[in-house]
Design a protein around this ligand. Structure first.
Ligand code: ATP
Length: 441
C-alpha cells in the first residue's frame, strides 16, 4: 500500500470548521437510527424487494448486525454514506441491500457498481450479490486477469444490472465504451482507504467518482474498517463532489477499532527460529483453519530471481506439518487461475493458507480460527485487517487468536500498534512451547 490515505492534499492543519457542526448533526443522526427494530426484514420493510429479503433469510441473515441496524435506515432512504465499522461486522450485506433496493429489476442497464481493490474480494462480493439476487437480475464480475474480451461482448449485448469490478478492469471497459455508467444509481467503493492509498489505483478511482458519472445522480457508499483522518475524508467527499453534501459518516464502535473477542499473542524469537516456532504453534493450537501472513517480496529480491517470500514457509510446512489441514498459498504474482483455484480450495476444506497481505482485505473465511503474523505487518492498519480475517461470525463469541512472531528489535513496533488500535497483546514465552530443540537452530 502506498503513502498515507488519501494520497493527496491531506494537511491536518487545513480548516475544517464549517463542517464541524454538520458532522455533529450527522453523528447524532446515526445514533438515533440505532434505536430501530429487531429483524433485518423489519429494518428493510417496504424498501428491499421481498424476494431479496427471502433469499437473505434463507442464507441465514435474519437479525441485523450493529452496522446494518445503524446504516440501513439511512442507506435505504438513498443517503450517501461512509460505512466505517470493524472487520467482519457485515458491511457487505448493508451496502448490497441498498443496491437491491435501488435497482429496477426489469431494466437492462448497468444500475449499480461495486468497486473493490482485489479480484479475491471481487469474487466474494459477487458471490453474496448473486446469492441475494438469485435469478432476478444479472450480477457480473469484471476482475483483473479475468476474461475481459469475452465479457466486453456480453456486457454490450445485455448490460448487467450490477457490476462488481476491480478498478483497472472497470476503467478499461468504460474507456473502450463497453458500457456507460450514466444510468448508474448506486456506486459502492469497498476498502476505500486501500484504493485511495494505492498509487496504482487512485487516479482511476477519481475518474470513477467524478468523470464517469456525477455524485448528484447516484447514491455513493464508501466502506472500510479503517478510514484514517475520517473527518478530513468526509470534508473532501463534499469538496471534491465524490458524494452529495449531506453524506453521513456511520461510525460504529469508534473507540474500539479491533473486534473485542480476538486474543492477541506474540512470541519473541530469532528469524532463524521462526519456521520452527510456527510449527510448534500450529501443533499446539490445532486451528480449525488458519492464515499465515508473510511479508511481500521486495522488488530487489524479485530482480535477483529469488523465489517469493511465501515459498520457504509453504515448502517447510508441506514437509514438516503433520496435521490434517491442507497447506495452500496465495501470492500476488500467481496467475489468475492459480489464485482462483487456491481461493476456491480454501472454501471447501480445513486449510493453512500462506499468503501476503493480498488476503488481508475483505477476505471472508468464517472458519478461520487462527491468524499468524509470520512477518510483522508494516502498519497498524495492516495489523487490523490481517487480524480481522478471524472472528468473522457476527453473533458468535468463540475466541479466535492472532499470534505475531517478532524479534527483540521489533517489540516496540508491536507496542505502537497496540497503542494505536487499543488492544492488549500477551507474551507467549518461547520456552513454554519447546517442542523443538533450540540448540539445533
Ligand atoms: N445479519 C447477519 N447475520 C448473520 N451473519 C451475517 C450477517 N451479516 C453479515 N454476516 C456474515 O458476517 C461475516 C462478515 O461480513 P462481511 O464480510 O460483510 O464483513 P465486513 O464488515 O465487510 O468485514 P471486512 O471489513 O473485514 O471486509 C460474513 O461471513 C457474513 O456472511
Amino acid at each position: 500500500m502506498a503513502a498515507a490515505f488519501p494520497s493527496t492534499g491531506y494537511a491536518p492543519s487545513a480548516p475544517l470548521a464549517p463542517f464541524t457542526l454538520h458532522l455533529r448533526l450527522l453523528r447524532l443522526h446515526t445514533r438515533r437510527a440505532a434505536v430501530v427494530a429487531a429483524t433485518l426484514r423489519e429494518v428493510c420493510a417496504g424498501r428491499v424487494p421481498d424476494h431479496v429479503l427471502h433469499r437473505a433469510e434463507e442464507v441465514g441473515y435474519v437479525v441485523p448486525t450493529e452496522v446494518q441496524e445503524q446504516s440501513l435506515p439511512l442507506l435505504l432512504s438513498g443517503q450517501d454514506c461512509i460505512l466505517h465499522a470493524q472487520t467482519g461486522s457485515g458491511k457487505t450485506l448493508a451496502y448490497l441491500l441498498s443496491v437491491f433496493s435501488a435497482i429496477d429489476f426489469t431494466r437492462s442497464s448497468v444500475q449499480a457498481l461495486v468497486v473493490v481493490p482485489t479480484r479475491e474480494l471481487g469474487m466474494q462480493v459477487t458471490k453474496v450479490a448473486r446469492l441475494l439476487a438469485a435469478k432476478s437480475c444479472t450480477v457480473m464480475a469484471l476482475l483483473d486477469g479475468g476474461m475481459l474480451k469475452r465479457q466486453r461482448s456480453w456486457v454490450k449485448a445485455e448490460p448487467p444490472a450490477v457490476i462488481v469490478a476491480t478498478v483497472a478492469s472497470l476503467c478499461q471497459m468504460v474507456e473502450r465504451r463497453a458500457f456507460s455508467l450514466q444510468s448508474m444509481r448506486v456506486l459502492v467503493i469497498d476498502e476505500v482507504d486501500f484504493i485511495f492509498g494505492s498509487s496504482k489505483q487512485v487516479s482511476s478511482l477519481r475518474k470513477i467518482l467524478t468523470s464517469y458519472s456525477a455524485a448528484a445522480g447516484r447514491q455513493t457508499i464508501f466502506a472500510s474498517a479503517s478510514i484514517p483522518q475520517h473527518n478530513r475524508f468526509l470534508h473532501d467527499c463534499i469538496q471534491h463532489k465524490w458524494t452529495k453534501s449531506d453524506v453521513v459518516h456511520v461510525h460504529v464502535n469508534p473507540v474500539q477499532p479491533m473486534p473485542s473477542h480476538l486474543r492477541h499473542k506474540y512470541v519473541i524469537c530469532t528469524k532463524k527460529e521462526r519456521l520452527h516456532v510456527l510449527l510448534s504453534l500450529l501443533e499446539r493450537d490445532e486451528p480449525k483453519s488458519g492464515i499465515i501472513f508473510v511479508a511481500e517480496q521486495s522488488e530487489r529480491s524479485k530482480k535477483a530471481g529469488n523465489p517469493p517470500s511465501t515459498t520457504a514457509v509453504v515448502e517447510f510446512l508441506r514437509n514438516a506439518y503433520k496435521g490434517s489441514l491442507d497447506v495452500l498459498v496465495l501470492e500476488e504474482d500467481m496467475n489468475f487461475n492459480a489464485r482462483a483455484a487456491s481461493f476456491s480450495e480454501v472454501k471447501e476444506r480445513g486449510f493453512l493458507l500462506v499468503s501476503t497481505d493480498i488476503a488481508s482485505r475483505g477476505f471472508d473465511l468464517p472458519q478461520t480460527s487462527h491468524i499468524y503474523n509470520f512477518d510483522l505487518p508494516k502498519t497498524a492498519t495492516d495489523y487490523l485487517h490481517r487480524a480481522g480475517r478471524t472472528g468473522r461470525e457476527p453473533f458468535s463469541r468463540s475466541e479466535c487468536s492472532v499470534t505475531t512472531l517478532i524479534t527483540e528489535d521489533e517489540h516496540f513496533v508491536l507496542q505502537r500498534f497496540q497503542n494505536e488500535l487499543k488492544f492488549h497483546c500477551e507474551e507467549q514465552p518461547l520456552e513454554s512451547m519447546f517442542t523443538f530443540s533450540r540448540a539445533g537452530m
